[in-house]
Ligand binder design. Structure first.
Ligand SMILES: Nc1ncnc2c1ncn2[C@@H]1O[C@H](COP(=O)(O)OP(=O)(O)OP(=O)(O)O)[C@@H](O)[C@H]1O
Ligand code: SF4
Ligand SMILES: [Mg+2]
Length: 332
């Protein structure tokens, strides 16, 4: 069952430089479906548009970011809401209670001069103005307990907590209303490996218990292999490959996906991994055709002229590459 359908969304950062209009095409024609009870990973190098796509999904689009086209359609509890068209009140009802957002670097957003209890209270009160203190205390403690967090954190200031604990608290805060969709942007970046594991376990536990939809954004392919059910690979503002995690890692088809996976260190392998030669394009002036063509070892003349469309090549498998789509067509 779909909970979200994104149709050909284009979200650009629009500005003017020396009187000349400048569009950074951060998300440029992305279409994807999110299902109930799944973990969907979004992968890709820095600046490929991952955070921008999450902002669009959350309806957090503010200038200079502008929706230029497309739809972001939620289907929750029988209601259909297109966040690109929704009014402020509809968005207010949707955000945090139905769809929540663990921001990139969210743990640093905990107010340093407030005890965690006060942060939870302000947040809860903003969405449930009539809540009584006793009900708040019981709900918050119950939620922390379910997530395996000690109730004592409520009496702490953020600086008294470790980085990992702060991130868990930020996750607990974002999930206090049992949202149907959780958007987590780089939730483990800047944490050491052992702490990362604990945070990922917490996210997995929340998803398994509530059977909601977790979207996890990270450039770390190891995390996707570990936690995601399906993965979408973004390159330069576009989705270039999508599939179930086993297929993506077992048989990556897009040359960019192959590079991302090859750059993962194997267990026990201490040799230097090969990065992808070259750099992602400037999204204010992306190359024509396939945006990966300047870096692609398999590029053909057509690749610099025509943009390959994201095409379904098998059940649940989509790819935007002339070569891979053709190879696959020959096989089947
Ligand atoms: N406020 C802004 N104004 C103009 N351009 C922006 C703004 N924010 C982001 N961008 C540009 O939009 C593009 C996509 O950025 P985005 O933050 O979505 O990428 P990302 O994949 O999340 O990167 P990272 O992995 O580094 O977090 C980049 O080229 C970035 O420079
Ligand atoms: S479409 Fe062409 S340039 Fe793009 S990834 Fe495929 S082979 Fe490479
Ligand atoms: Mg980002």
């Amino acid at each position: 069952m779909n909970v979200l359908r994104i149709e050909n969304i284009q979200a650009y950062y629009q500005s003017t430089l020396y009187g000349i209009a400048r569009n950074v095409r951060a998300v440029d024609g992305v279409s994807l479906d999110l299902h109930a009870d799944e973990i969907y990973g979004i992968a890709g190098e820095s600046s490929c548009g991952k955070t921008t796509l999450i902002k669009v999904m959350f309806g957090a689009v503010e200038p200079p970011l502008t929706i230029v086209g497309g739809k972001v359609l939620y289907q929750l509890d029988g209601n259909h809401i297109d966040v690109t068209q929704a009014d402020a009140e509809t968005l207010r009802q949707l955000r945090w209670k139905q769809v929540s957002y663990i921001l990139q670097g969210s743990m640093s957003l905990l107010n340093p001069v407030r005890k965690i209890r006060k942060t939870f209270w302000d947040f809860t009160k903003a969405h449930e103005p009539t809540i009584e203190p006793a009900k708040f205390e019981a709900t918050t403690r119950g939620h922390l307990d379910r997530l395996g967090l000690p109730a004592e954190v409520l009496d702490s200031y953020p600086h008294q907590l470790s980085g990992g604990m702060k991130q868990r608290v930020a996750i607990a805060l974002a999930t206090i209303f049992q949202p149907k969709v959780i958007l987590a942007d780089e939730p483990t970046t800047a944490l050491d490996v052992v702490v990362q594991r604990g945070v990922l376990q917490l996210l997995r536990r929340i998803q398994q218990e509530t059977k909601n939809t977790l979207v996890i954004v990270t450039h770390d392919m190891g995390i996707h292999a570990n936690i995601a059910h399906r993965v979408g690979i973004m390159y330069a503002g576009r989705l270039v490959e999508e599939g179930r995690v086993r297929e993506i890692f077992g048989e990556p088809l897009h040359p960019y996906t192959r590079h991302l996976i090859q750059s993962l260190p194997a267990i026990g392998d201490k040799s230097e991994r090969q990065g992808i030669p070259g750099a992602p394009p400037n999204l204010a002036d992306p190359p024509p055709g396939c945006r990966f063509h300047p870096r692609c070892p398999y590029a053909k003349p057509i690749c610099s002229i025509e943009a390959p469309q994201l095409t379904t090549i098998a059940d649940g498998r989509r790819i935007a590459c002339f070569l891979a789509a053709k190879e696959n067509a020959n096989v089947s």
